[in-house]
Design a binder for this molecule. Sequence first.
Ligand SMILES: [Zn+2]
Length: 336
Amino acid sequence: MFKNTRFIILLLIAAILFVDCKTDPKVPDTPKEDTAPVKRTQVRIPKFERDSAYIYIEKQVSFGPRVPNTEPHQQCRDWLIEKMKSFGADVIAQDFQATAYTGELLNGTNVISQFNPEATDRIMLCAHWDSRHISDNDPNEENHTLPVMGADDGGSGVGVLMEIARNLQNTPIELGVDIIFFDLEDYGESNGPEETWCLGSQYWSRNQHRENYKPKYGILLDMVGAKDAQFTLEEISMTVAPELMRKIWKLGKGMGYGKYFVNDRTRPIIDDHYFINKIARIPTIDIINKPRTSRTGFMECWHTQCDDMTNIDKATLQAVGQTVLATVYRENNGNL
Ligand SMILES: [Zn+2]
């Protein structure tokens, strides 16, 4: 995740995207009030198990920092693929190479897991699974060259989505769900060009895993595990899919998670959703811990050495996990 300062330019781009969405009938939009709900078997919303999500994060962290071109990165890649297959998903390992701002050639893999691959009505859930190569936001300058463990920044979104995948296996629905773990999100240049970030989602946006892939919307999870997280209304998300944002925040509050799903509007940020909206034109929102005021702009341990398992709070995992799980099942049931 990149703390962006050129937000006015972004706002303009987001506004252009929005205009395009409204004028091009082929571009998927947020759920329409007047669209008749699809008749599907009603499925009860399962319970999200926070301990399970926690274990999936712990496992990722146990490999070490998942920095591209390292052994822990490769090991975690293989584990993610195997685990998502074990949940019954149709898994595609999309290997690619991208050049970093440092000039290094990075080997990346987007892990794409399809549930109900034959279904035409689909939604997409995503997170990034790599961790940052440098702790360049650490208060101690001596730590700036060290890699980030990325329990929250990377690990948490993946852990929550793995628990959702496990639920999709145990409590099947008819809706098509694609869970994508993007690689190389966090190898960007601080205060550098935006294109140096989110290399995996940029690659996928230009090389999608299906012909004419048009999910109804996408939901990105990033940094969803820290204590007292605040998921605010980020500007790009509010521009491309305001109705979906309102529905999810209302759902979260209704389940007692109002402390996490707060109504503050926050500035647009460069994250995977930015490129998915811009390049793939899939209306995609970002559920991200982005308090209106904090030292880092995000959670306290953002791009520092303290982003380890001590930075993960199960109550936060429960809040976001249960809310997204309810969103998926309600979408299936036609009552989101
Ligand atoms: Zn990051």
